[in-house]
Design a protein around this ligand. Structure first.
Ligand SMILES: [Zn+2]
Length: 252
């Protein structure tokens, strides 16, 4: 159970280089105590990047450099809902056929999941919730889109999923209704971008991060519903080191 998310992602990132890490299934990484983020790097040799990596995620996005960013288009269609509580988050495995095109390169949308509170911060402040939409291109490279949520009106696009959030860890199940990832994006498609990593063990680097600059609303009740299941599943911000966070100009 404990290693499910990262094991799937690791398999996607580089099956050869990371083979043999199945043994770390016994490691119970989490968000507090001996398995907390500050210990991830020493829990298992396969998690070394969590401590020794120099391009880790999340980061604080303050002070981004306004840049002429490469083109980004979203091509999302609604998907049936296959949902899993994997012990670290609630994840929806997305139906094939949706994706994004980043600088001419297509990345297929594989799954999305949530962190409470947000992992990316602004001036050190977390948003209540962050959505991660995980994409992979044919070469196996990952691009993750982050959406920051703020308390406001109820988010209708989340209603079918939120009405059936699995409170306990268990296998993936199909639930009624559809979810449309496009409806989870903000209207304005301006972004922050930087090179980073998975935010969960094994913290693999080489991930293209795209965080939407405009937050999306959800209700206090919706935030509480997720928080009742995962009170804290957010990794703290990591050092930026030599990296530069770039941001679209305000004007579209
Ligand atoms: Zn995530």
């Amino acid at each position: 159970m404990a290693g499910k998310t990262w094991r799937i992602l690791a398999g996607l990132v580089c099956a050869t280089a990371l083979s043999g890490i199945a043994a770390s299934d016994e490691v119970h990484w989490g968000y507090e105590g001996p398995g907390g983020p500050e210990h991830w790097g020493s829990l298992n040799p396969a998690f070394a990047a969590c401590a020794g990596g120099t391009e880790q995620s999340p980061v604080d996005l303050t002070g981004a450099t306004v840049s002429d960013l490469s083109s980004l288009t979203f091509d999302y269609a609604p998907s049936p809902i296959t949902v899993v509580n994997n012990g670290h988050t609630i994840q929806v495995d997305y139906a094939p056929g949706s994706g994004l095109v980043l600088d001419g390169d297509r990345y297929e949308l594989l799954q999305f999941h949530f962190h409470h509170g947000s992992e990316h911060t602004l001036d050190g402040v977390r948003s209540p919730l962050e959505l991660h939409l995980v994409h992979r291109n044919v070469s196996g490279a990952l691009a993750v889109v982050g959406v920051l949520f703020e308390a406001g009106s109820a988010n209708e696009a989340l209603t079918p999923l939120w009405s059936q959030l699995p409170a306990e860890a268990g296998p993936a199940t199909s639930v009624a209704g559809e979810v449309d990832a496009a409806a989870l994006l903000p209207e304005r498609r301006t972004t922050w971008r930087y090179p980073g990593s998975l935010t969960t063990p094994p913290c693999t680097e080489g991930v293209s991060w795209i965080v939407m600059t405009e937050p999306v609303a959800l209700s206090a009740e919706q935030i509480e519903a997720f928080g009742a299941i995962f009170a804290n599943n957010a990794r703290p911000a990591q050092p930026l080191n030599e990296r530069v966070v770039r941001r679209d100009a305000e004007a579209q």
